[in-house]
Ligand binder design. Structure first.
Ligand code: URA
Length: 245
């Protein structure tokens, strides 16, 4: 499918979000076959045209990689008969053959990688790779220094083995009628409902959960909930390095 809108081509190649790319076009920084093109909807032939941004040749890599800021209420799946799925948040052209790399619960928000690169997804999800994931969470109850130690030592969440050492960072808490704590937690596994089960193991309940990083990828705070962008070439390289480890 070589014909594509110029703004989509540039965004998919990692030059920026759709609105950043529109600014690049407006400023006359993009040429197609040596002519400056300012129209976002201009159709390019992705196989044949020579497309330069700021004088640098832009190409699409074979596979596609998107970072989504997942809102609550969407299943991490490609389709479902009853509930909206994360792919519903992508435009028709982008969603083809994509799938989410791993799962966030329906009520969890934040960083979700979507790709059509099955090899990379398999490597990133492999339990042997221990890809680091960090979550921001709000917890009912006061999370204590003792919890920090228990998370570091590993917890019994009803699996054969204890969880791997996890880094729990206390951000702050309000000691109101129903006390709440804000924390960040870094884990190296991806067991079903893992963060929620780890807090249950210390008698507390997660009331809000958001993934803020996975390996080298950080949740892009400029993305509103439900928005997504292509990964930059650097981010893709970093992910591939994570997967090789
Ligand atoms: N741990 C959970 O409990 N839920 C998620 O969505 C991700 C990690």
């Amino acid at each position: 499918m070589p014909a594509m809108r110029l703004d989509r081509f540039l965004a998919n190649a990692g030059c920026g979000t759709r609105s950043e790319v529109k600014q690049l076009l407006k400023k006359g920084m993009v040429t197609v076959n040596h002519a400056v093109i300012r129209l976002p909807e201009y159709k390019v032939n992705t196989d044949m045209d020579s497309i330069l941004c700021n004088g640098k040749e832009i190409r699409l890599s074979g596979c596609r990689y998107f970072l989504l800021n997942k809102p609550a209420g969407y299943l991490s799946a490609t389709e479902d008969r009853r509930q909206p799925v994360v792919l519903d948040l992508l435009s028709g052209e982008d969603r083809k053959n994509l799938f989410p790399v791993g799962r966030l619960d329906v009520d969890t928000e934040g960083l979700l990688l979507l790709t059509d690169d099955g090899v990379l997804a398999h490597e990133l999800l492999s339990p042997r790779k221990h890809v680091e994931k960090t979550y921001y969470a709000e917890i009912e109850g006061i999370v204590t220094g003792e919890d920090v130690i228990r998370f570091r030592e590993g917890l019994d969440i009803g699996e054969k083995k204890k969880t791997l050492p996890a880094k729990l960072v206390l951000l702050d808490h309000d000691a109101q009628a129903i006390p709440h704590s804000r924390i960040e937690l870094t884990i190296h596994e991806g067991k079903f409902h893992q963060v929620k089960r780890m807090f249950e193991a210390v008698g507390k309940r997660v009331v809000y959960l958001k993934r803020i990083s996975m390996g080298n990828l950080k949740l892009d705070e400029t993305l509103q909930k439900g928005e997504y962008r292509s990964l930059t070439a650097e981010e893709i390289e970093g992910l591939k390095r994570n997967a090789e480890k």
